[in-house]
Design a protein around this ligand. Sequence first.
Ligand SMILES: [Fe+2]
Ligand SMILES: [Fe+2]
Length: 194
Amino acid sequence: MFDKKKICEYKDYLKKNLSKKRYTHSLNVAESALALAERYKADKDKAYVAGLIHDVAKELPTEKQRKLVVNSKLNVSDIETKATPLYHAIAGAELIQTEFGIDDEEIIDAVRYHTVACKDMSKLSQIVYLADLISEDRDYKDVKKMRKYCEQSLEKGMLEALKFSISDSVRKGNSIPCSTLEAYNDFTLLYNKK
Ligand SMILES: [Fe+2]
Ligand SMILES: [Fe+2]
């Protein structure tokens, strides 16, 4: 589905539109997503590409991101239209369609939900969400723990990641998108069933 030429085209675009640090992060997330896809038997091609392009819109001027968000036909919550750090996921899901001609719903969703997660997340979306948190360049306090959770299962990884994200938002007094809470409820049920 994605030949070498396409991947090179995406990398060239990212190199031109992202800082060196963000470009390296993108390559690392692609590698982590590929490793998770191998481990959990998901589509490796799609995982690599979705990981590679997940932050494609991250360094666009905020106003450009905002325009992409408000004009998006994707499902966008009120909270997301007010939180600038969340714009780039929706803007990115729009850009990969217009810039790269990607029409694969799973890849579009994986990019769209890599910040906030959602109900009934596909395996690919879980992989990209987690790959973003455990990529080689990540060095936050509990990253080693997070990598271990991701080795246990995708569900455990997602559950712990969402616990962290939600408690962090509560601590900072930030709003929590409904889709994040829905994802959390999904994974508590799934994980506790095991
Ligand atoms: Fe991101
Ligand atoms: Fe990222």
